[in-house]
Design a protein around this ligand. Structure first.
Ligand code: ZN
Ligand code: ZN
Length: 138
């Protein structure tokens, strides 16, 4: 799968799961929730929001598994390498969220807000200019 200029490609660490995103993203935000921190081993995770019909996932060895982070929400991760790259939730049933860091080329994409900021870690530098929200209900 080679993305066209209007598409963005990405993968997990080992490359068993590939994806292509078509068209414009809906949003890009940093998530400081404790599930993202523990699930990704990171102070926060920068997510892209897309509509489900904009993503094509190639997972020929069936390595994509879904882990329930709550009653309504799941992280999608690679069984082979452990990369956690997707999020889906019944709260936003038409959307799929993709980690910005798993795109092959993330230039010119910047987050526009900090979400679940009430649980942000004290040891990472924060962009003070971004709007802060505590619970956007994602
Ligand atoms: Zn993998
Ligand atoms: Zn989160």
């Amino acid at each position: 799968m080679t993305p066209s200029p209007s598409e963005r490609g990405g993968s997990c660490l080992c490359g068993e799961i590939l994806f292509i995103l078509k068209g414009e993203m809906i949003w890009c935000s940093n998530c400081h929730c404790t599930r993202c921190q523990k699930g990704h081993g990171s102070g926060y995770v920068t997510w892209l929001g897309y509509e489900k019909n904009q993503i094509t996932i190639l997972d020929k060895s069936e390595n994509l598994k879904w882990y329930s982070t709550s009653k309504k929400s799941e992280f999608g991760f690679c069984l082979a390498c452990g990369s956690s790259i997707f999020y889906r939730s019944q709260k936003v049933p038409l959307e799929i969220h993709v980690t910005l860091a798993n795109l092959d080329d993330s230039k010119n994409i910047y987050p526009s807000s900090d979400n679940y900021f009430d649980t942000h870690v004290p040891w990472m530098k924060i962009d003070k200019t971004l709007p802060k929200r505590n619970d956007p209900n994602l």
